[in-house]
Design a binder for this molecule. Structure first.
Ligand SMILES: [Zn+2]
Length: 334
């Protein structure tokens, strides 16, 4: 099955969901872009059924795509070190139950949970969400104020390892949901999780987006060679500053075997900026693809990402039994 393990969802909290967007983030280019990718205008946030409309449109795009499974990611709030919620610096919350319910109702959608490890209820919440079908836990340390190498996280890691739930943690500089220092997104900080037996997927393999930024790609490479349980996703790689990094991955079968496909929806790939890594014909073809999930998939295929990078998620994630079956049962011929 073809997997995309990194896709975002946002909502404003209609119909009793716990979704939230700060006023600043509502006005941001990133949120407007997200709505535009779904064919919506900013006025949708005033609709009484805004979140349901957004969810309906994302699921429709996923169902229309050639992907077999897409992990939609919940997103927990930022927390202070004392475990209280940091409302002032929370830009976005995507409610775990909102995403879990979507996944339960749609066979192609899988549930990526998000739990801040400083929450006083972090461990029972993790168990509750595993029971609701969580196939991974997503963190963005620089948005949520998580210090992954702090001993406070260790019991959380022990529980992730016990239940074989992988941690998808953002690595490298962050742009869209930046509220805390980027140093929190250093992949080196994930070593305690690796040593406690957690399967860790470093989102973006630590790569930077802009040339002036610090890149943790080399650090990710070193760590991935040292730790058998460290992987990396190539989400949002469809842009000139990241796509050329595939060259070093192509030269190292060991590292390529650590790569997993993700789109980072609603991020839009820029195929014409990837010329050299892909041909002009492929770039023009990918540019015309209307479905955002297919567009990311085809760009990475054109760049020569091997077939198993699109199926590897199946070995890494904690997949509820029902999600391992084909989306539509084959007809039985008598
Ligand atoms: Zn992302």
């Amino acid at each position: 099955m073809i997997w995309d393990l990194h896709a975002h969802l946002a909502g404003v909290g209609t119909q009793g969901s716990g979704n939230q967007l700060s006023p600043r983030f509502r006005r941001s280019f990133a949120f407007r872009h997200f709505l535009r990718r779904l064919g919506l205008t900013p006025q949708i946030v005033d609709a009484p059924d805004c979140d349901a409309q957004i969810a309906h449109l994302i699921v429709a795009q996923i169902n229309a795509s050639s992907l077999d499974r897409v992990v939609l990611l919940a997103f927990d709030a930022a927390y202070h070190e004392d475990g209280t919620r940091d409302g002032d610096r929370t830009l976005m919350v995507t409610d775990n139950d909102f995403v879990a319910d979507l996944a339960a109702a749609n066979s192609k959608v899988c549930f990526g949970a998000s739990i801040h490890p400083a929450r006083p209820d972090a461990l029972p919440e993790l168990e509750r969400l595993i029971a609701k079908g969580a196939c991974l836990v997503k963190w963005l340390p620089g948005a949520q104020n998580i210090q992954p190498d702090h001993p406070r996280c260790f019991p959380f890691y022990e529980m992730l390892a016990k239940h074989r739930v992988p941690l998808l943690s953002h690595t490298g500089p962050e742009h869209t949901l930046k509220a805390f220092p980027d140093s929190l997104n250093d992949p080196q900080r994930l070593v305690p999780a690796l040593e406690l037996g957690v399967t860790v997927i470093a989102a973006h393999c630590g790569a930077n987006l802009y040339l002036h930024e610090t890149s943790h790609f080399a650090a990710w490479q070193r760590l991935a060679l040292r730790h058998p349980n460290l992987y990396g996703d190539l989400s949002a790689f469809g842009v000139i500053t990241r796509i050329w990094r595939l060259r070093s991955l192509h030269q190292s079968p060991q590292l390529m075997a650590k790569c997993v496909h993700g789109s980072d929806f609603p991020v839009t790939p820029l195929p014409l900026s990837c010329l050299g890594a892909i041909g002009l014909g492929a770039a023009l073809r990918v540019r015309r693809i209307g479905n955002p999930f297919d567009q990311s998939l085809e760009l990475m295929r054109s760049a020569g990402l091997p077939a198993d990078a699109f199926t590897r998620a199946e070995q890494l994630l904690r997949i509820p039994e029902g999600k391992l079956l084909p989306a539509v049962a084959p007809a039985i011929l008598s």
